[in-house]
Design a protein around this ligand. Structure first.
Ligand code: MAN
Length: 560
């Protein structure tokens, strides 16, 4: 069967109108009926030429626009596709006149009326795809007689149309469900953003409070004269004793230094007086000098008889040695004793909790510890030489809030970015995100993961190749004939998902994929092609594209 689609013009007219067209010359379509009322003369539709009505369908082209031959092929040469040629009796004298009539009208009762190109009229071939009633072969050229098959063809056509209609209905319903799902998912993201904003605000406030608290605690701990160690009264006593011993040791050290200085001065004075005694002139009657010499002699005599002290410098230095395992008091022994105290159990409570609870409770336990320490319920129990536990707990509580804040702020940024992302009309592709479709084609399995990536997977075990990651959704014009199975792009603007920056092509650019979308009942990867090296095109059916659907090939009445 032949088909010139440019001339396939389905009638928009109803059967009742066709009935009204009875008595018309053969081949006149309903929309031209008014020009062919029974009158003795006929005025060509597209030219100011009047001829006798008997010249209609007389198999001779009398009107310059061919309108006098609606039912024969006599004016077929005026077809738009015909080569230009001079027209006899052309009013305009030009050669580019086209036929006013779109073709021979086949009524196709029981199916849908349509026009057949004039050149097909009485050419000895039944054109059932356009003229199921066979009326275009009325002359039975070469004995060809085309039976009327409209009943069967019409029935089949209606069945297919009904199937298409139902499929479209299902696709539309599926699309609506996707839109709803996408809306719900968007609402979840919006909800998360609201919650995160609130949590971040609370954390900011909390951070401020804890920062202040930490600074206060640190300041007050720094200013404390006596640091308590251990727990309870014994612990405090231990801390005090250790401090006291350190103070006495330091005082003794200072006293020894002073003693040594004084001894130096005494030695110097003794030297001066000794020199005076030996060098003074006894014949010179100076009573002051004589008295001084006498006093010195008494001092020297009594000094010689003084008992030397029992305590040697070595003894004092021994006392002054730092406390430790081998000298003085081993404080560590006393400090270690409290390692397993009840207080430590409270401090180390977290260690007894399961992991998931530990993270959750860390901040809260810290705050509890601070409160307990501040209220005297729990002893502040620093390790020797270490930071006060109160300070540690305050800092940990602050750090914990800071960490929480950082992680929540980055989650918020992520969610806000997601909300601003183009997920297509009504955000529908949000519902498909994370889902994939694939198809075995040649030596590869090709895969599209919505809003994520395209992939070429070797069936020979050569690994997977990225064909691009999702970048954006564009709109481009498709111009394809409708496929019998409906799995095609058809004509009109279609969404095209752009996947860029895939794996580098050997000696070439990075792979990329254009994913063309068409309306279908279910998600399906129909075809993959590689138009140029490493530039791929996928054709994919999805209900998500069903709002874009335009009936390919259908023309409005205005176009007739
Ligand atoms: C692989 C596949 C092909 C591609 C070539 C380029 O074989 O990814 O699609 O054309 O590499 O070298």
């Amino acid at each position: 069967m032949r088909r010139i689609d440019a001339l396939v013009l389905l009638s928009a007219f109803s059967h009742s109108k066709l009935a009204a067209a009875k008595g018309l010359p053969r081949g006149v379509g309903p929309e031209f009926a008014r020009f062919y009322e029974t009158k003795p003369t006929f005025t060509c539709i597209g030219a100011q030429v009047t001829i006798s009505s008997s010249q209609i369908n007389d198999n001779s082209c009398d009107c310059p626009d061919g309108s006098d031959e609606p039912g024969t092929a006599a004016c077929a040469y005026l077809d738009r596709l015909s080569p230009e040629q001079p027209l006899p009796r052309s009013v305009t004298g030009t050669t580019n006149t086209t036929n006013t009539l779109p073709g021979f009208w086949c009524n196709n009762k029981g199916h849908i009326g349509s026009y057949v190109p004039f050149m097909y009229v009485n050419d000895g071939v039944c054109d059932y795809d356009l003229c199921c009633d066979g009326s275009e072969e009325f002359a039975h050229v070469g004995g060809v007689k085309c039976e009327n098959r409209c009943a069967a063809i019409g029935k089949e056509w209606r069945r297919v149309e009904e199937e298409k209609r139902q499929s479209k209905e299902r696709s539309t319903a599926r699309r609506s469900a996707l839109v709803k799902e996408a809306g719900d998912l968007r609402a979840v993201v919006e909800g998360r953003i609201t919650t995160l904003k609130k949590e971040i605000q609370q954390l900011e406030e909390r951070k401020g409070e804890l920062q202040k608290k930490y600074e206060e605690v640190e300041r007050s701990e720094r200013g404390k004269v006596v640091q308590t160690e251990g727990q309870g009264k014994l612990g405090i006593l231990l801390g005090l004793a250790k401090k006291r011993v350190a103070e006495l040791r330091s005082t003794l050290d200072k006293v020894m230094d002073q003693r040594d200085d004084l001894q130096d001065k005494v030695d110097q004075l003794e030297e001066i007086l000794k020199a005076l005694k030996e060098e003074y002139n006894p014949n010179f009657n100076d009573e002051g000098v004589k008295a001084a010499v006498k006093s010195y002699e008494d001092y020297a005599a009594s000094a010689d008889s003084d008992k030397k002290s029992d305590i040697t410098d070595a003894d004092i230095l021994d006392v002054m040695k730092e406390d430790g395992e081998t000298s003085g008091i081993n404080w560590a022994e006393f400090e270690e004793d409290d390692a397993s105290s009840d207080t430590d159990i409270v401090y180390n409570l977290e260690a007894y909790l399961p992991g998931f609870l530990r993270d959750y409770l860390h901040d809260k336990l810290n705050l509890l510890r601070i409160w307990m320490i501040e209220n005297g319920i729990l002893a502040d129990n620093p390790k020797s030489g270490g930071e006060s536990r109160l300070v540690v707990a305050a800092r940990e509580a602050l750090d914990s809030v800071k960490n929480d804040l950082t992680s929540k702020t980055s989650s918020l940024e992520e969610q806000e970015k997601d909300l601003a992302k183009d997920y297509g009309p009504e955000g529908i592709f949000r519902a498909l995100k994370g889902k994939c479709v694939s198809s075995d084609i040649g030596e590869y399995e090709y895969e599209l993961c919505w809003m994520d990536r395209t992939m070429q997977k070797s069936k020979k075990g050569h690994g997977n190749t990225s064909m691009g990651t999702f970048d954006r959704i564009d709109k481009e014009l498709a111009d394809e004939e409708e496929r019998a199975d409906g799995k095609g792009l058809g004509k009109g603007y279609r969404m095209v998902m752009k996947f860029e920056n895939g794996q580098g092509c050997w000696n070439g650019p990075n792979r990329r994929t254009d994913v063309w979308l068409a309306c279908a009942e279910k998600d399906e990867l129909w075809r993959v092609s590689e138009s140029e090296k490493c530039v791929y095109r996928m054709e994919v059916g999805t209900p998500a594209a069903c709002d874009e659907v335009q009936d390919p090939g259908a023309k409005s009445k205005d176009e007739l």
